[in-house]
Design a protein around this ligand. Structure first.
Ligand SMILES: Nc1ncnc2c1ncn2[C@@H]1O[C@H](COP(=O)(O)OP(=O)(O)OP(=O)(O)O)[C@@H](O)[C@H]1O
Length: 262
């Protein structure tokens, strides 16, 4: 049975993947996955360890390009544009499709510089006051401004883990992305910091297309409206989160969400 690719009530998708396979050397990690990602919804990728969630996520902004033996087959489009076309500027693509990683990874620079770095290299601010405004707005959207507004020159690495992760989200937001990919963004955080990130995802929904990989099924149920279940490199089922968790159509999905494996 092939998983649904496009959910019937969706407008034009933000991103589409068609027949995407990913190889590490001779090993196939993703097998012919097709899926649409919508602008309005948070999409969660779930599945047991090693099923290929992160590998597939990384195809959406060509992060796999940085892995020497990785190869991607198939087609991925952002607003109808082939992101694997030779003419695609990968630096520009990764600004449009930003990424937040499992472990918060601020630069060893000031809080201000962490956010200003991207807009500076992309030429988004004409001068200091425009840059100040971008930094403030990005930190506000990331829910961090109140906590850091009086210490913008302190190092980003001196913040708590949860604050660092929100700083990384502010850094992604600062370059005006269209899509934000999050690869287990809460797995290194305590429950309070996790709740803040989940709230933030909720607030950011709609402004950006958001795709989140998570091990935590409760988290997928809380933050997403769409869920894609991966198993052994296949997309097994894709649907409304409420449906996937209460009424999955495929036995393998049911086994996973009821904790029978994974
Ligand atoms: N750089 C790499 N080189 C070779 N194989 C890799 C590489 N990265 C991942 N793999 C393999 O590809 C498969 C999918 O891995 P991936 O990390 O995408 O899964 P995942 O579902 O995100 O797992 P987890 O939830 O444990 O992070 C696994 O078999 C993994 O060992």
């Amino acid at each position: 049975m092939t998983a649904e690719t496009r959910l019937s009530n969706d407008a034009a998708p933000k991103m589409t993947a068609r027949d995407v396979s990913v190889y590490y050397g001779a090993k196939k990690a993703i097998d012919c996955v097709s899926i649409d990602v919508s602008q309005e919804h948070v999409t969660a990728f779930i599945g047991p360890s090693g099923c290929g969630k992160s590998t597939f996520l990384r195809t959406l902004n060509r992060m796999n390009d940085t892995i020497a033996n990785a190869r991607v087959d198939g087609a991925i489009e952002l607003d109808g544009e082939n992101i694997y076309a030779p003419s695609m500027d990968v630096v520009q693509l990764r600004a449009r499709v930003g990424m937040v990683f499992q472990k918060p990874n601020p630069f060893p620079k000031s809080i201000y510089e962490n956010v200003a770095y991207g807009p500076r290299i992309h030429g988004l601010a004409a001068g200091r006051s425009e840059m100040d405004a971008i930094v403030e707005q990005s930190l506000k959207r990331a829910g961090l401004w109140e906590e850091v507004k009086d210490r913008l020159q302190e190092s980003g690495t001196a913040l708590s883990g949860g604050q660092q992760q929100r700083l990384c989200i502010a850094r992604a937001i600062a370059v005006e992305p269209e899509v934000i990919l999050m690869d287990e963004p809460c797995s290194a955080l305590d429950p309070i910091a996790t709740a803040k990130i989940e709230e933030l995802i909720h607030e950011l929904r709609g402004r950006y297309a958001i795709v989140i990989v998570t091990h935590n099924m409760q988290q997928a149920a809380r933050v997403s409206q769409r869920t894609a279940f991966f198993h052994l490199g296949n997309l097994v089922e894709y649907g409304e989160t409420s449906e996937i968790f209460t009424n999955p159509r495929v036995e393998r999905t049911k086994d996973y969400i009821t904790g029978r494996y994974g």
